[in-house]
Ligand binder design. Structure first.
Ligand SMILES: *[C@@H]1O[C@H](CO)[C@@H](O)[C@H](O)[C@H]1NC(C)=O
Ligand SMILES: *[C@@H]1O[C@H](CO)[C@@H](O)[C@H](O)[C@H]1NC(C)=O
Ligand SMILES: *[C@@H]1O[C@H](CO)[C@@H](O)[C@H](O)[C@H]1NC(C)=O
Ligand SMILES: *[C@@H]1O[C@H](CO)[C@@H](O)[C@H](O)[C@H]1NC(C)=O
Ligand SMILES: *[C@@H]1O[C@H](CO)[C@@H](O)[C@H](O)[C@H]1NC(C)=O
Ligand SMILES: *[C@@H]1O[C@H](CO)[C@@H](O)[C@H](O)[C@H]1NC(C)=O
Ligand SMILES: *[C@@H]1O[C@H](CO)[C@@H](O)[C@H](O)[C@H]1NC(C)=O
Length: 689
């Protein structure tokens, strides 16, 4: 319960605080809305049939759309309670204002009469005569459809501090500048969007800014007086959107302090030589002249003061050499630091482009958007040591071939816009790294990105760079391949194995190592299987000889035994259990074994002689045991001796075990070298043997 109460209190306090700080004030009544104005004043916007009493803190009152046809003598009486600084009557269909209606607006600083198309300028003039001019600084009589300006319109402000006068959006076709002669401190005179075809100024000593945009002036008004300049302090002149058909070097001759000249939308077809040369303070010229400009003379921009040349959207044919001189156009304006040639047609030939821009050594901003550029000339930007901003949006760049030669070692560039071009791949060679390292922002949006592995560098760069990538990720979409079209580049995440393509060197390396391994295996095999191989060779030779008819195989039929086996006692087990069984049971070869077949009682030599006679071949089973035993070697000697005598030399040696070199005797070696032998192999190769 207690907690709920406290909670309720907090809510109540919060609500009060919100109400205090709210920028609408309920006390302004049903006809007015009050706001906190931008300048810190409270501002009331009223639309009722009368002006109510408002809080005294309200300093600015706008009476709009009330359909109040008549402002009587006391209709603004409730305003006298206030120190009203700002009064605006707008769209009320006022037809009459009592001539004393403004009497009590003693603190008025800004008076705006806007969109009161039923109000005659003369009626207003009468009322103004009673307005205290003490604090008035700004008059705005705009969009009232007035056809003329009375020559004494401002007579009552003769000693006023009026600085700004707006007469925008009326129907004036001519103004006699003597109307402004009372406004001796006036600095800004805005006469935009009338129907002025002529205007005759009188001297306005303090005027700094004159805007005549959107009129029908056929020529630049005269600014000269018999004693020099009508506007000796004019800094800003805007003649935008008039019918002015010609300007020359005398047009602005009497404006010695002019800094800003706005000539966009005038209808000149030629920018003449030295047209700005007399304006010693001119810094900024706007020449946005859609389609009309056909020629720029060689020395048009001859000016040491000009810093900013803004001529976008002229559709000027810089690609036609007869329209301008590329080598002189910017040659005599050395202080230019800003050039905007967007929406013109720039030359395709890099050399021409190069000679055009190369004199602009102080360039800080270069805007070349929508200029049909395909490539930039080499070494162009290397010359611009102060270039901070480069806009190449909406051109036809695929890539910057030899980007390091175009951009050089440029470190000054902070902002680069190459959006809406034809760039599909950004990789480490697309832009020099020194450029990227120094950039603050880059715009590559709306390019037809290729979502393939070639893009990997860019995707990685985006992740780690501090450069502000303007428009990322929403303006960065895949165009290729077709199945990814429209997908955000950000969501393209190629996997590592797709993107590390097979290097042919890898193939070569693998083939080479496989080859090496195979050779090694073969060598090891040969080493391990040499006995088998030798045996195979032997077998092949036997078969070959047999085929050739060298060996009369049928000869064996004349003998009782196919072979006489010589072996030593130690190898008896192998001979009896393995060799005999294999040969006699499986192959059907009959062998003569002394322990089995010799006649008992006869002496050994006799037995050997007898059974050798009966045997076709002699098989000697050799081993270390064999080599060690003198008896066995004697037996071999005897066998050999007998054989030689009988003329039969068919001796077959079987190496049961390799004979160690220490047991090798020279007769044995001679025997091995002169006689073919097979090596016994257990396991693999036994069958072959
Ligand atoms: C007058 O202003 C009030 C708010 O103060 C608003 O609700 C009303 O719609 C406005 N009436 C007209 C005709 O503009
Ligand atoms: C002045 O304000 C009061 C109260 O808001 C209102 O009744 C009165 O009509 C206003 N006077 C005029 C002349 O508008
Ligand atoms: C001018 O005022 C009328 C009412 O008098 C209104 O209908 C119209 O919208 C206003 N025009 C502008 C441009 O504010
Ligand atoms: C402008 O008005 C003055 C009187 O204030 C007059 O002397 C002058 O001739 C007028 N100039 C033109 C061009 O009408
Ligand atoms: C540029 O204009 C100035 C002043 O009119 C002149 O002195 C200078 O010779 C001109 N330069 C060229 C190259 O015409
Ligand atoms: C860029 O700098 C390197 C070394 O700092 C230099 O060798 C090279 O010539 C420079 N390139 C340009 C275009 O100035
Ligand atoms: C970078 O991309 C371009 C095509 O835009 C290509 O010609 C170049 O070989 C690529 N460079 C590297 C290092 O991948």
């Amino acid at each position: 319960m207690i907690i709920t109460d406290i909670w309720f209190d907090i809510l109540a306090i919060l609500t009060m605080m919100i109400m205090i700080h709210a920028d609408t004030y309920p006390e302004c009544g049903k006809f007015c809305m009050c706001h906190l104005g931008t300048n810190g004043y409270r501002r009331a916007i009223c639309n009722g049939s009368y002006i109510p009493k408002l809080p005294v803190s309200v300093k600015s009152i706008e009476i709009r759309n009330t359909n109040q046809k008549n402002i009587g003598r006391f209709d603004l009486i409730n305003l006298t309670l206030h120190t009203v600084h700002n009064l605006e009557l707008s769209g009320n269909s006022i037809r009459h204002i009592h001539q004393d209606a403004f009497v009590n607006l003693k603190w008025l600083s800004v008076l705006t009469i806007n969109n009161e198309t039923y109000l005659s300028v003369d009626v207003l003039k009468e009322a103004l005569t009673k307005l205290s001019s003490k604090f008035i600084k700004k008059l705005r009589f705009t969009n009232n459809n007035w056809k003329y300006l009375p020559y004494d319109m401002f007579a009552s402000f003769i000693n006023s501090k009026i600085r700004k006068v707006y007469l925008t959006g009326n129907q004036f076709s001519a103004i006699n500048g003597s109307a402004f002669r009372f406004l001796t401190l006036c600095e800004n005179l805005i006469l935009e969007n009338n129907k002025l075809t002529e205007i005759h100024f009188q001297k306005m000593q303090r005027l700094k800014k004159l805007r005549l945009d959107g009129n029908r002036l056929a020529k630049v008004p005269n600014f000269c007086s018999i004693d020099g300049s009508l506007f000796p302090r004019l800094e800003c002149l805007s003649l935008r959107d008039n019918n002015i058909g010609n300007i020359d070097r005398t047009s602005f001759i009497c404006l010695p302090q002019l800094v800003f000249l706005q000539l966009s939308g005038i209808s000149i077809d030629k920018l003449q030589n030295y047209v700005f040369s007399n304006l010693k303070k001119l810094e900024h010229v706007n020449l946005e002249m859609v389609y009309t400009l056909k020629r720029i003379e060689d020395f048009a921009f001859n000016s040491t003061s000009i810093k900013k040349i803004v001529m976008p959207n002229c559709k000027f044919r810089f690609d036609l050499i007869e329209r301008f001189n590329p080598t002189t156009i910017f040659k005599f304006c050395p202080n230019v630091n800003y050039v905007n040639l967007g929406l013109n047609c720039l030359p395709k030939i890099p050399n021409i482009l190069h000679s055009m821009f190369i004199p602009l050594e102080n360039l800080e901003t270069l805007m070349l958007f929508s200029t049909n550029l395909i490539e930039l000339p080499r070494n162009l930007l290397t010359n611009f040591r102060k270039l901070r901003k480069l806009n190449l949006k909406n051109n036809k760049f695929h890539t910057f071939h030899q980007s390091s030669e175009i951009f050089g070692n440029i470190t000054s560039l902070k902002s680069l816009d190459i959006s809406s071009n034809l760039i599909s791949i950004m990789n480490e060679t697309s832009l020099p790294s020194i450029l990227l390292d120094n950039l603050e922002k880059i715009n590559l949006g709306s390019n037809p990105f290729s979502c393939t592995c070639d893009q990997n560098w860019f995707l990685e760069w985006i992740k780690q760079t501090k450069v502000n990538i303007v428009g990322y990720p929403y303006k960065y979409k895949c165009r290729y391949p077709n199945e990814l079209e429209g997908q955000y580049l950000k969501s393209y995440k190629p996997t590592g194995d797709i993107c590390n393509p097979w290097n042919p060197l890898y193939t070569i390396a693998i083939v080479l190592s496989l080859f090496g391994v195979s050779i090694l295996v073969i060598i090891i095999c040969i080493w391990i299987c040499q006995n088998n191989i030798k045996n195979t060779v032997y077998l092949l030779r036997v078969v070959y000889n047999h085929r050739q008819g060298h060996v009369a195989f049928d000869e064996r039929l004349n003998y009782e035994y196919h072979a006489f086996v010589v072996y030593c006692d130690a190898d008896r087990e192998w001979v009896h259990n393995v060799f005999l069984r294999k040969m006699e049971s499986e192959e059907g070869i009959k062998l003569c074994i002394h322990q089995r077949d010799f006649d008992i009682g006869k002496n050994i030599t006799g037995n050997i002689d007898k059974y050798l006679e009966k045997s076709w071949k002699v098989v000697v089973v050799m081993s270390n045991n064999f080599a060690k035993s003198e008896w066995c070697q004697w037996e071999v000697d005897v066998v050999q001796e007998r054989r030689r005598r009988q003329g039969k030399d068919a001796l077959l040696l079987i190496m049961l075990k390799i004979i160690d070199s220490k047991h090798m005797t020279s007769p044995l070696r001679t025997l091995l070298e002169s006689t073919p032998h097979v090596r016994y192999q257990t396991g693999v190769g036994e069958d072959l043997f």
